[in-house]
Design a protein around this ligand. Sequence first.
Ligand SMILES: [Zn+2]
Ligand SMILES: [Zn+2]
Length: 270
Amino acid sequence: MTRADEKRVFDSQYVAFQPSLDGTHVKMNGRLGAMEAEICRQGLDRRGERVIPAGEDRPNAGQRRALVLTTLCQDELDREPTHRATTAHRIRALRNRREPLLMVVANNPTAEASGFEQGSAMLAGGRVGPGAVDLVGCAGRIETMTVTGQDIVHHGSRSGIPPALRRGVLARDNGCTIDACTSVYRLEAHHIIPRSGGGDDSPENLTTLCWWHHHIAIHRQGKRIDPQSPPRRLRLLPTSRSCGYLRPEPDPHTLAILRALQAPTNRAPP
Ligand SMILES: [Zn+2]
Ligand SMILES: [Zn+2]
């Protein structure tokens, strides 16, 4: 490989974000030189060791890198302003510290009515569901607006947990409140009963969780805090899918109507 080859490889590096057609995810692709790729791979893998508490089921290497890349970028967004920033910038940044990158917009009036399963989108346009809305309810702020063509109607914002209360909860709990967890990575306040489920910002409804237990175990894997567990030694229950709940069968009358509606009809269309 000549110097010219090396330069060509270096100049052709890129990372691209390509949103899916339905807006639910983004595909990343790119091209890195062999040395740059090795730095990224080793860095992401090493950070993965730090953010996943011991004893947790480890996602596979590719999934770990995706999670770790997100934390890396979130840390950057939360960083103290640089020395070059003006005083006004610093004050604004401090005031906004730990405020969300994420703002969820309901671009459809049915979002709240559907339990955020429909019509909830990021400000940038990507579609999100009830898990992301609950997470932003803990870690950020939710703006509700309706976007129709060029028109934007703002229906108000649900502010995040007040900063003083957030600090109070973190000081009270002195670490992640999941039993035996010793991770101190990105400790955050969490609503035990989510706001979407009627929970409030009272100190009793707030608890401190590390990043892994908050973002991954609860809001992404769907585990629940066992209400019977002691406050500073919380246990997690498996996801509701595996807790044995079965939806009751509809009563015979409703069942007959449903079957009749689903029955193929031989009648010719009018
Ligand atoms: Zn939470
Ligand atoms: Zn934890």
